[in-house]
Design a protein around this ligand. Structure first.
Ligand SMILES: [Zn+2]
Length: 109
């Protein structure tokens, strides 16, 4: 059973690890990249409080677990996609750093 990526115009198939997202690896990584940037902007604007705090932590944990699963169980064959997979993991690490800094500055000295 093969499922096609839900992004309009994309004819790539969804690999088993991403069936719950209904995205091909390429679009899954783009989605992570966009959401990381968006969360980083929101953190800068609003600080790491309330619902945003939970949303960021949950996003990082779920996305990192998924990337680790793909990277160890079913890594892409193309070098470019391998690089993007690693890059997505680094983006999550940076978002986490950003979050910790924002949390520290909010807590005060
Ligand atoms: Zn796609």
């Amino acid at each position: 059973m093969s499922i096609a990526c839900k992004v309009g115009g994309c004819s790539s198939l969804v690999q088993p690890e991403l069936v719950d997202h209904v995205l091909c690896l390429d679009h899954f990584l783009s989605d992570i990249q966009e959401r990381s940037s968006s969360f980083a902007r929101q953190l800068s604007a609003d600080g790491p409080a309330g619902p945003l705090r939970r949303a960021v932590i949950q996003f990082i944990m779920v996305a990192a677990a998924k990337i680790a699963l793909i990277g160890t169980e079913n890594p892409p064959k193309e070098q470019l996609l391998r690089g993007r997979l690693l890059n997505a993991m680094l983006m999550l690490a940076e978002l986490r750093e950003h979050f910790d800094k924002a949390a520290a500055s909010q807590a005060g000295p």
